[in-house]
Design a protein around this ligand. Sequence first.
Ligand SMILES: Nc1ncnc2c1ncn2[C@@H]1O[C@H](COP(=O)(O)OP(=O)(O)OP(=O)(O)O)[C@@H](O)[C@H]1O
Ligand SMILES: [Mg+2]
Length: 717
Amino acid sequence: MTHFTAEQRAAIEQRDGPLLLSANAGSGKTSVLVERLVAAVLEDGIPPAQLLAITFTEKAAGELRSRVRARLAELGERVAAREIERAQISTIHGFCSGVLRAHAVAAGLDPAFTVLPGSATRELRARAFDDALAELLSEPADGALDLVAAWGPDRLRDAVEEVHEALRSQGQTEPRLPPCRPPRTVQEALAGLRAPTDLFTEELRGGRAGVKTVDAAREALSACHELLAAPGTPAREALDALRIARGAKELKTDACGAWVAAVEALGTALDDEEAAADHALLDTLLGAFARAYAAGKRALSGVDYDDLQLLVRDLLRDRPEVRAGYADRFSRVMVDEFQDTNALQLELIGFLDTGRTFLVGDELQSIYGFRHADVTLFRRQRAAHHARGEAAVLATNWRSHPELLETINGAWGEVVHAGYVPLVAGRTAEEETAAPRTELLLTSTAWDAPGLDARLADELGAGMPSGVKASKLAEARAVARRVRTLVDAGECREEEAVVLVRAASDLHVFARALEREGFATLAGGGRGYWLRQPVQDLTSYLGALINPRDERALFGTLASPLCGLSSDGLAHVAAAAREHGDAWRAVRSVALARRLGGADAAALEAFLIRFGLERTTAARYGLDELIERAVVRSGYDLHVLRLPGGRRRLANVHKLERLAAAYEEDHGRDVRGFIDHAQAEAEADVREADAPVELSGAPAIRLMTIHAAKGLEFGVV
Ligand SMILES: Nc1ncnc2c1ncn2[C@@H]1O[C@H](COP(=O)(O)OP(=O)(O)OP(=O)(O)O)[C@@H](O)[C@H]1O
Ligand SMILES: [Mg+2]
């Protein structure tokens, strides 16, 4: 069992009131939380059903539960260990959906409501935006068309969706834009320009003649007088004639400076006026989007993640009897990873607070912007708790070896400077460790230079995803090989190792490299389907099929096993495409065929024959049939089966066929639509890959973004 330190003990004992524990990574925050749950049951006599613990992931919730159970069993409390099942230990979403199940009608929901998966809500949002945009443009207000043309529908959609989500996570059920700052009116700015213009004009009368910049200033001033004399609002472009260069001594005076500032103020006022009009239009669009999205969900009796929290917040706020019920029910509330809380969640937790809430967090582990978590909320709470003597800290890290902490402190102290609290090792250094605890594997971005990359990528990369930098391929290979030697030497088991990457878009590169070393990999809890190579290959193929002049799709197809060109061959194609100015023409040119090596030439010829035939008959087949024909005729299925984890990969190919068939059923035979859908899903996968991961115990190398690894422990990182 753990021997708690005095600091930890104090944080466990202080249960008769609120407490915020703010402490470094691996310092035992979660361990303290576990012990407080145990002590609540054994020492305070709280029935387990009255305990509520909120964690960041389902996995963490499961771990928490089993740690509490094990601790109770260790203390010989068999009944309590069984009873602990009745405690509510879950994510905040899990907690909210439980509350809504119990109070669906009061919350205004269909009792049979479903929590919609991300793919469904994305689809609904896309449709809602289309409707909202159509509504905005059906009786266009002044400037609506200009606004849409200036932004483009895609950027406008991203902005509206982003703002909608951000405002909802702050607690707004029907989001509206905050009012924009009251602009200084154009008329005020014009009035403010008169006096400086006269003053500067007067002053410049005594200036030299024949000096270029001074003469230009005189011209600008006369344009300014004209502008001031003209009725109405000046055009933004009219200010261009008022810009001057201030090189000459006559133009370095206060009068000149004041005039330039007044012209700038007029520019700002004109911008603000324009922005105010856009602001109103954007607010209208946001409102229409929010309504359409809400209606779409209602039609499906569905709610999204934010709804879960908004509805529960409303319920607790507006129904005193429900709030009182939960306050009665939960006499102890505990929140782990509190630094990742957003304003809405904080409000919600506030309604459950009965004066003994225990909050745990680490500012340095906050995920910037994840689900609109806001670390300033944590800081404010910490300050308030501190002022009331309700805050505690833990200094010592118990998780990692001292050598490792030294490395981390060295690196982070440099980056974070002030405010970095060094991790202090609780474990003692073991004498004479055989191997170093931290290792640095180096690659060079110099390898990414043009020319080098093709050769290196070829050597490193047979079977690697195309379009990846050589240094990245080398990095992935170095890591994969190191893991291989560790596992072979018996220094770690596969399931003890994790590879953390900065960006989700790197996951597939490392997955491929590990698989080449013969490992199975477990990434992102089943997310990222649309980023997988077969899915990318086959959607590229469909894109090329309907439009072979789509270069991205064409190159993706040629590089994939559907054609199977080597990177040398691709380099030839790229060069020929530059000469012809058209990749599709280049691919079919005799000149290229002569330049290609034997294997590449044969692969390309066979591909072009199959591809040509498919193009003539494509219209006859369904989406899924198109994919299936491509897979079977190119031998793609056999290729995939030969790779490590081949059956799983092939299952992904078949899954794509099923998804394509389902898409066709819903949307008709719209190949372009399906490709766009796949691309949108892939982008969403990249965005969502920072979400917490659920991992099973299978022997495989774990692979996740740094963010997703929060609060987890691994033997080799
Ligand atoms: N007093 C102690 N003595 C020895 N080991 C300890 C002690 N306290 C905690 N540990 C161990 O240190 C590790 C980290 O503990 P824990 O997960 O509770 O830290 P944490 O602060 O919650 O970490 P994170 O910041 O990642 O959430 C665990 O393996 C735990 O068993
Ligand atoms: Mg923890």
